[in-house]
Design a protein around this ligand. Structure first.
Ligand code: SAH
Length: 465
């Protein structure tokens, strides 16, 4: 097989990045945008010894799981969505299979046990327009017009699109006002390579429960000229609550600057997950799909099975979303998080909701928990973890096992590291009780999973004899 060869391939599998996988004479090809069940014509773009990458040129026979027309015309070029051409039901089946496959292969969970503990994936009622946050880069096209959109996969070239199918409808109106304002007032877009020009990004946030809207322009300067003209237009949009600028003069990939200046309204919007209220500023971390987050954390709460007497640890607690959810039902909740600003938010949110039975620690979970356990003799009835993709540090798992909580609830955004960590815990006295995948990010390959582990009781051993 050589570069530029044209081949016809039946797609039989899907890779971790959502790409279609098929074979030609035993040679494996990875083809972006092709889905299981398609027969496609593809052109080889990179040929390695045993496998290669090809570009989808033509669909010969479409899969029964292929949608007739993707919701977004930019879906193939944009780096945001990977599997928009797949029907939503097939996306869910793919995600469920991915979690199950990782638990089987990496976690070595026996098939019979998986059949018993796997719950059906929790999908979205509306798999589009679910994101409450969008950060649009601003740039200039070849003709010199100001544009905004999203980056093409693995690049920083902007594909013009003000109507992302994952974002809320009002984004388009806001972006168009900003683009017109910039053109009419000769305000330049930032040029990453030259480190020149003013407007870098537009951050938009929307409170799904409150309908409050935030707009923040990230600029390479201290001041936005004629800001009053922009404010005058934006503030007429129903729900507009916060208009700010963020100063970011650094030559960096980091989007937001640290300084926020108020242009109109207030510096934050308010939103709810369940009954818990949050004040969200341009710099705060907040779950981007609040509808599914409520379901995900609701499951975590359900698995924690609290009756009001428990002491709980929430490790990798972020802004304390899970901690506050749990604090409504537990005796006391302690959260640990590495980012100091997130812990500030967590404390403010606890206060805002009058949840005084909480305490938050800044630091690495793998350092704070052993220290508090060994030095201060803290304990836990239930431990909840929600680590980043790399999963839990082994020192942390070791301490958790030593602390011997009745239940461990593991919330994961990467089922491969989840499987690795479950294997460790299951070899040391814990038993897998429930596994439930939750789709937080339709049209992408990501999937969240909530798992309940509990201590293997002597009774269980007896039952097994
Ligand atoms: N449940 C949280 C989100 C968890 S995302 C919420 O609702 O906000 C994972 C979090 O782990 C991130 O906030 C990240 O900053 C934090 N983190 C990463 N490594 C860490 C470590 N070693 N110790 C503690 N927190 C860590």
């Amino acid at each position: 097989m050589q570069k530029n060869d044209l081949v016809t391939v039946a797609i039989e599998d899907i890779g971790v990045g959502g790409e279609g996988i098929g074979k030609v004479d035993g040679y494996t090809l990875f083809i972006k945008d092709a889905i299981i069940g398609d027969v496609v014509e593809a052109k080889i773009v990179k040929a390695k010894k045993n496998y290669g990458y090809a570009r989808l040129m033509n669909i010969v026979t479409p899969s029964e799981n292929r949608v007739e027309k993707p919701a977004c015309p930019m879906a193939r070029r944009c780096g945001g969505c990977q599997i928009q051409e797949m029907k939503y039901g097939a996306q869910l089946a793919f995600k469920e299979g991915k979690v199950r496959g990782n638990l089987e292969r990496i976690g070595e969970v026996p098939t019979e046990l998986l059949d018993k503990v796997m719950q059906p994936i929790v999908g979205m009622e509306e798999p589009f327009h679910y994101r409450n946050k969008a950060q649009f880069p601003i740039g200039t096209d070849k003709e010199g017009h100001i544009i905004t959109g999203f980056y093409a996969g693995r690049t920083h070239s902007i594909i013009p699109n003000t109507d992302c199918a994952l974002g809320v409808a009002v984004n388009q109106k806001i972006l168009e006002i900003i683009l017109h304002f910039m053109e009419n007032n000769h305000i330049s877009a930032y040029d990453e390579e030259k480190h020149k020009g003013l407007v870098r990004h537009v951050l938009i946030r929307y409170g799904f429960k409150t309908d409050e809207i935030m707009v923040c322009l990230v600029i390479n300067g201290e001041k936005l000229p004629h800001a009053e003209k922009l404010v005058d237009k934006l503030c007429k949009i129903p729900g507009m609550t916060s208009i700010t600028i963020s100063v970011n003069k650094a030559k960096t990939n980091v989007i937001m600057g640290n300084e926020i200046k108020l242009l109109w309204g207030q510096t934050y919007i308010t939103d709810y997950i369940g009954n818990v209220k949050y004040q969200i500023s341009p710099l705060s971390f907040y779950q981007v799909n609040p509808v599914q987050t409520e379901k995900l954390y609701g499951l975590a709460l359900d698995y924690a099975d609290l009756n009001g007497n428990e002491t709980v640890w929430d490790l990798y607690c972020g802004i304390g979303t899970i901690s506050l959810f749990l604090a409504q039902k537990a005796k006391f909740v302690r959260g640990v998080e590495i980012v100091p600003a997130a812990i500030e938010n967590a404390k403010e949110n606890a206060k805002l909701n009058g949840l005084e039975n909480t305490e938050f620690f800044v630091g690495k979970a793998e350092e704070v928990l052993p220290r508090e356990y060994k030095k201060n003799g803290v304990y836990a009835d239930v431990i909840v973890v929600d680590p980043p993709r790399k999963g839990c540090d082994e020192t942390l798992l070791e301490t958790m096992v030593e602390m011997n909580p009745d239940r461990i609830v593991y919330v994961s955004c990467d089922s491969a590291t989840l499987a690795r960590d479950l294997k460790y815990l299951c070899e040391r006295g814990y038993e897998l009780r429930k596994v439930c995948p939750v789709d937080q990010f339709g049209m992408t390959v990501h999937v969240e999973t909530v798992v309940l582990l509990s201590q293997q009781k002597p009774d269980d051993f007896l039952n097994q004899l």
